[in-house]
Design a protein around this ligand. Structure first.
Ligand SMILES: [Zn+2]
Ligand SMILES: [Zn+2]
Length: 117
């Protein structure tokens, strides 16, 4: 079974956390755990280079963001990175500052890849 860690930046305090994900089927990934992590350390671990592609669900055990508690996120249409989502219709990407509006719902289908930090 493949496991990976994806990085999400909280919209409340701009801090980064890691979400542990496990691949169940070819296109199905499940988030099982979330943990606060220092951004430098995340880069050293290479978490910013992880790629996850397909559907991304969360298990009942998934605790949500360690800072704001949400289990949802939105993916920036510019840089492709993830920001906590608490139901806002307008939100700035916490990575690149891209202004996202008309957010209807958090997507659970996406490709995340890093590398250009
Ligand atoms: Zn958060
Ligand atoms: Zn962005």
């Amino acid at each position: 079974m493949k496991a990976s860690v994806i990085l999400i930046r909280c919209s409340r305090n701009k801090s980064v956390f890691g979400a542990r994900t496990q691949q169940m089927n070819d296109d199905d990934w499940w988030r099982t755990w979330a943990f606060a992590i220092d951004e430098d350390r995340a880069n050293r671990e290479g978490y910013d280079l992880e790629t996850v592609k397909g559907n991304l669900y969360c298990t009942d055990e998934y605790p949500g963001c360690p800072y704001c508690g949400t289990k949802s996120f939105v993916q920036c249409n510019k840089c492709g990175k993830l920001t906590c989502w608490n139901g806002e219709t307008i939100l700035d990407c916490q990575w690149c500052g891209n202004h996202m509006d008309n957010i209807v719902e958090a997507s659970d289908k996406f490709t995340v890849s890093g590398g250009d930090v």
